[in-house]
Structure formats: structure tokens, C-alpha cells
Ligand binder design. Structure first.
Ligand code: GLU
Length: 395
């Protein structure tokens, strides 16, 4: 029976990252020994110094509604962080704190996009970008890339994708799902194209900023010609192991920040008071305090790459950041594995779930249909066991 839902919700795809995690949970509840490498969620606990700040906030009776755009002390701390880490000068009226970077992104897109506007998505892109564009009745325009060029787009590709309807482009470096990091020079070249089209805004999603190994991420807004039309998105989930605390934020031109505050004021109000107080401590902490997690992710990345390279049919590059590998597995398309025909990446991810008991995410969800995403935000033991199972299942 079909229910009388709105066209809006009917046209919205389910988040594939969350759906795969839910499916893994469900199978585990049925007694199956599933190893989850689908979700981008650090397996560390939130560091004690941040937990203590939250406990102190509870004891100090922070219980009331918060300002819609966030506590002033937190916005000031975020300005300090932007200056320290990104060489970006923002004042508190340019900052909006939200319930996770996902809400920050949704606010910005709802504030800027009209029906029919085009949103450029360099592939691969995080699953929710295109879904939020759909909610805004905007059109997603994918700019393809491949493992051969390290999942980067070129200035010529960018220019070719621009039309009079282009309103926004989303950059994400370090990238989810590929781990790719754009250098300052590469961003400069892309910005040269955008300089010719002043109607285009840039959303730079820098949520994986601190999780980098071989290259230093660069903030798009640090290019002077781009500052006035770039919205910098960041948050605490990944680097501080605070996924459930739901703290994201933007630095943006003040009129965009104001519009996001208006949007948020009608939908969720200011985000959680305790999480915000703890966030002040987190953003002001020296990055060295979280380096132990980054070091561990790097060790795991190297293990994953070595092990995947031993499997025939897996074409793997070396991600420079985030905690995902994004192998091209198109060598399996058209083949039969244990009686199952693999026609695409979704078939392959499903095959791994059913025959290897390992949860991954299909590249289709990220605009890269030749790949699957494997998250290595999991214990070394689980990673080794999962890849052993994958190897056996595809041999
Ligand atoms: N961003 C994480 C991921 O890509 C968490 C899940 C989500 O919100 O998509 O796995």
C-alpha cells in the first residue's frame, strides 16, 4: 500500500551510509557475525578532557535554550581555530553552530538554492550532498573523476560543467569517500575558473581536515578572491571522535550566516547546550592532543592498502586523508561469484555483505559506480579479519 507522502519525501533517496550501517546492525541482531566497515565513525572514545568539560557544563546547570547560532564563547573559539589552523579571519557574526556538519550543509543549501539552480558535485562526493540538493529542488551536476587521476577534477572539467544556472559547487578535501586532498596550487587553478563566474558560490566541506597523512589540506576560503563567496564547513565528529554529540559549524559571509540562522531558527533552534560547552574545549585544544587517533588511522590505512593490493581485481590508490579507501572493483563486473552475477558496485557490496559478512558502501551512492567504500575507522583486528573474508569470498 502506498501512503500519502509528499513528492518531496518520495523523491528523496535514503542515505546509503546510514542504511548500510542499519542493515549491518540488523543482521548482527539476528546473530550474524558482521564486520561493519560501512560507517565513517571513529571507533575511539571522545577524549577525557572533552568529556570533563561536558560534565562540568551539566554541573554548572547549562540546561536552557541556546542562542540559535551558538554560544558567543563557542563562536569566538571557532574564530580562533579558523585563524590558527586555516589562516581564515572570521568574526562571530560569520559563524553558525549547528546540529552536525550535515545540518550546516543543509542550511547553506536551503539558504542559497532556488528550484532549477545547478549544483556542481566533483565526483566522488558524500552521499548527502546530492540528496540535500534534491530537497532544495536544485539539480545536481556531477563532474566525473577516476582512480587514474587520484579522484581529482581538472579546471577544464570544471569550466565545461558551468552553465548560466550554476549557483554552487561543493568541494570536500580530504574527501569522503576517496581520501583525496587538493593542494593549494590545485585549488588556485580551480579558483581561476570560478573567478570568471561571480554568481557561483563555494561550499568547502573540511570536516576531515585534521585526518591527513601525506598532504596538508588547504582551506578554499583562504584564497583571497574566493573568501567572499565561500562557506567553510567543519565540525567535531571525525577528528574528536564526537559523532553523536552533533556539533557542526560554518564560517561564511555574514549575510549567509544570518540566513542560515533564520533557517535553523525555524527548524531546530540552537544546538545542544552541553555539547556546545564541551565544543569550546575541543576546538581550542592543541591539535597535538588528538594526534594519537590520526597516527592510528594512518597505521590502519597502510595495513588496508597492503592487504587490498593482494586481492586480484581490486584497484587501489593511496588515500592521503580521511579514513576511507575507495577501490575500483569494476574488474568484477559481468563475472559470477558463487553463483551470483556481479553487474555493478551495489551487487558487489551486497555480495560482500552476504558472502563475507562484511558491510561496505556501494560507490553508486557517491557518484562513482566503479568503486566501493571501505571505512577503516575500525579496530586493526576487525580490519584484518574483514579483508581476509573479502579475499576468500572473491577468490
Ligand atoms: N559521514 C559519515 C559517513 O559518510 C557518517 C554517516 C553519514 O552521515 O553519512 O559514513
Amino acid at each position: 500500500m502506498s501512503h500519502p507522502l509528499s513528492d518531496r519525501i518520495n523523491s528523496l533517496p535514503t542515505s546509503q551510509t546510514l542504511a548500510m550501517a542499519a542493515k549491518a546492525r540488523e543482521l548482527r541482531a539476528e546473530g550474524k557475525d558482521i564486520i561493519g566497515l560501512s560507517l565513517g565513525e571513529p571507533d575511539f572514545n571522545t577524549p577525557d578532557f572533552i568529556k570533563e568539560a561536558a560534565i562540568e557544563a551539566i554541573n554548572q546547570d547549562y540546561n536552557s535554550y541556546t542562542p540559535v547560532d551558538g554560544y558567543l564563547e563557542l563562536k569566538e573559539a571557532i574564530c580562533t581555530k579558523f585563524k590558527r589552523d586555516n589562516n581564515l579571519t572570521y568574526s562571530p557574526n560569520q559563524i553558525v553552530v549547528s546540529t552536525g556538519a550535515k545540518q550546516s550543509i543543509a542550511n547553506v543549501m536551503q539558504a542559497l538554492l532556488n528550484p532549477g539552480d545547478e549544483v556542481l558535485l566533483p565526483c566522488p562526493y558524500w552521499v548527502s550532498y546530492s540528496a540535500i540538493a534534491t530537497l532544495c529542488e536544485a539539480t545536481s551536476v556531477e563532474i566525473p573523476s577516476s582512480i587514474e587521476n587520484n579522484f581529482k577534477i581538472s579546471p577544464a572539467q570544471l569550466e565545461a560543467a558551468i552553465t548560466p544556472k550554476t549557483k554552487l559547487i561543493l568541494f570536500n578535501s580530504p574527501n569522503n569517500p576517496s581520501g583525496t586532498i587538493y593542494s593549494e596550487e590545485e585549488y588556485r587553478e580551480l579558483a581561476k575558473v570560478l573567478e570568471k563566474y561571480p554568481q557561483i558560490f563555494v561550499l568547502s566541506d573540511e570536516i576531515y581536515e585534521h585526518i591527513n597523512y601525506d598532504a596538508t589540506p588547504f582551506s578554499f576560503a583562504a584564497l583571497p578572491s574566493m573568501y567572499n563567496r565561500t562557506i567553510t564547513v567543519n565540525g567535531l565528529a571525525k577528528a574528536f571522535a564526537m559523532t553523536g554529540w552533533r556539533i557542526g559549524y560554518i564560517g561564511a559571509p555574514d549575510w549567509i550566516a544570518k540566513a542560515c540562522t533564520k533557517m535553523q531558527g525555524q527548524i531546530t533552534s540552537g544546538t545542544n547546550c552541553i555539547a556546545q560547552r564541551a565544543a569550546i574545549t575541543a576546538v581550542l585544544a592543541p591539535v597535538a592532543k588528538i594526534q594519537y587517533m590520526v597516527n592510528e588511522f594512518k597505521t590502519r590505512r597502510d595495513i588496508v592498502i597492503d592487504l587490498l593490493n593482494e586481492i586480484e581485481g581490486f584497484n587501489v590508490n593511496v588515500p592521503e586523508g580521511a579514513f576511507y579507501v575507495f577501490p575500483d572493483i569494476s574488474a568484477y563486473f559481468g563475472k559470477e561469484l558463487q553463483g551470483v552475477t556481479i553487474n555493478n558496485a551495489s551487487d558487489f557490496a551486497m555480495y560482500l555483505l552476504e558472502h563475507a559478512n562484511v558491510a561496505t558502501v556501494t560507490g553508486d551512492a557517491f557518484g562513482a559506480p566503479n568503486c566501493i567504500r571501505i571505512s577503516y575507522a575500525a579496530s586493526e583486528e576487525n580490519i584484518r579479519e574483514a579483508i581476509k573474508r573479502i579475499k576468500e569470498a572473491v577468490s
